[in-house]
Design a protein around this ligand. Structure first.
Ligand code: G6P
Ligand code: MN
Length: 445
């Protein structure tokens, strides 16, 4: 079984490889191909993986290449986890938006639109190549903005591309934990778009346990989302939002905190990661130790400013491992071995959410087996959530349209229609600034 990882020099690749090393079952991945544009990153990550594999019998083989087509040939699974423009691009996405007084964040709001505009053309090129060179492969897309990018790829790959995120699974796990339920036994009724969803119920043996949590302020205040959003607001909503909804519900505070921060998240990571790759390439250094240390720091500082504005304190130890590699592995196993399982995934809507058309990629619980991911029927979203999902999906469609046509006016429309961009003039200035800093947006004319 051959797994190709695009963006194979990426920092989170050792998480995936670690999960593969723990998989001893029949039909597991035996061959990993890392593809990346950057040789040095490949070298550093390959060293980390070799150290992880030391002493593990039958560890999956690892090869590295910068050649995309070569990497795709014969792949059974393709993980796409690229970052177009790198962390420097992310830092610029964030900075430009904050200069205009709107949210500057990797995937949400103006920053996410800029990132999407840069990434969609590259993701579409990858999708076309996969369709040609590895038509039977399943593509698991981690590349952000994951919902939008998955939808772009699905236009070429249909249901053979599935988008994943660790955020809903982490949320479901935290809710199960405070309720004293086994996460493996719980059905998490989570619905929305990527980074824009709500848990409306958590069923164990057919019984919804969420009302018990919502009725108990002490319990509600005892986990990450309770502290981030405040118990009153969660009780008003009657649902537990994905942490990324903090950027919507507390937008003003988040924008101010990000503007006042010494560095944006992207700028911090750009420097942190540069140090990691530099150190991990040095001779005589244990690359795995450097990686571990760097990862611990990255995890501990995740959404730090949001937590600070909310007075939410530090992250809990249990929350520090995102777990996206577990979602990826579970998904791959379910497909490859027909091991039926339920996962929250980014797939085409079909009729799941009545407010959206069939091809819109949504993030919902799915039954996964050898035939792929099949979304469960879900209750409709309440008006406020449905409205927000509809507005953001409309923005995503403008991004896809601009990426397809190269129309600058359509790009302006995408920014202007986003609920977190408060003026058409701001949208115009955003397009001005983004096109001047990002070479990857030169196609917008
Ligand atoms: C979560 C999200 C990812 C996102 C990441 C950012 O895991 O689900 O989609 O990329 O956070 O973390 P970072 O350390 O890069 O700020
Ligand atoms: Mn995510």
């Amino acid at each position: 079984m051959k797994l190709t990882i695009l963006g194979g020099g990426g920092f989170r690749v050792p998480l995936v490889y670690g999960a593969l090393l723990n998989d001893r079952a029949e039909g597991r991945v035996t061959e990993v191909v890392l593809q990346d544009l950057d040789d040095r990153r490949l070298y550093a990550v390959t060293r980390v993986l070799a150290e992880q594999a030391a002493g593990v019998p039958d560890a999956p083989t690892v090869t590295a290449t910068t050649d995309l087509d070569e990497a795709l040939h014969g792949a059974d699974f393709v993980f796409s986890t690229i970052r177009v423009g790198g962390l420097a691009g992310r830092a610029d996405d964030e900075r430009v938006a904050l200069e205009q007084g709107v949210l500057g964040q990797e995937t949400v709001g103006a920053g996410g639109i800029a990132y999407g505009l840069r990434t969609v053309p590259v993701a579409v090129d990858i999708a076309r190549r996969v369709a040609r060179l590895a038509p039977d492969a399943w593509v698991i897309n981690f590349t952000n903005p994951a919902g939008l990018v998955t939808e772009a790829m699905s236009r070429h790959l249909g249901d053979r591309v599935i988008g994943i995120c660790d955020s809903p699974v982490g949320l479901g796990r935290r809710i199960a934990r405070v309720l004293g339920a086994d996460p493996g036994e719980a059905f998490v009724d989570y619905v929305g778009l990527n980074h824009l969803g709500w848990v409306r119920g958590l069923r164990v043996a057919g019984r919804d346990e969420l009302p018990r949590l919502l009725a108990d302020p002490a319990l509600l205040g005892s986990f990450e989302e309770g502290r981030l959003f405040g118990t009153d607001w969660l009780q008003s909503l009657g649902a537990i939002p994905n942490e990324y909804l903090h950027y919507y519900y507390f937008n003003r505070e988040a924008v101010r905190a990000y503007q006042e921060a010494e560095k944006t998240r992207g700028a911090f990571l750009r420097e942190q990661q540069a140090r990691f790759y530099e150190e991990a390439c040095r001779t005589g250094v244990r690359a795995l130790d450097v990686w571990d240390r760097t990862r611990a720091e990255r995890e501990a500082t995740y959404m730090a400013e949001n937590r600070e504005t909310a007075g939410a304190g530090e992250r809990e130890a249990d929350d520090l491992s995102g777990g996206y590699e577990k979602v990826a592995l579970a998904l791959m196993r379910a497909i490859a071995r027909d091991e039926r399982t339920t996962l929250i995934l980014n797939v085409r809507n079909r009729g799941t959410l009545a407010a959206l058309d069939a091809d819109a990629v949504v993030e919902v619980p799915c039954l996964v087996d050898a035939n792929g991911a099949h979304p469960f029927a879900v209750d409709p979203l309440p008006g406020h959530a449905s409205g927000l999902v509809g507005a953001v999906k409309a923005v995503e469609r403008e991004v896809l349209s601009a990426a397809g046509s190269g129309s600058r006016a359509t790009a302006v429309k995408a920014f202007a229609l986003h609920p977190l961009v408060d003026s058409v003039n701001v949208a115009r200035r955003l397009v001005e600034s983004y096109t001047s800093v990002h070479p990857g947006l030169a196609y917008l004319t």
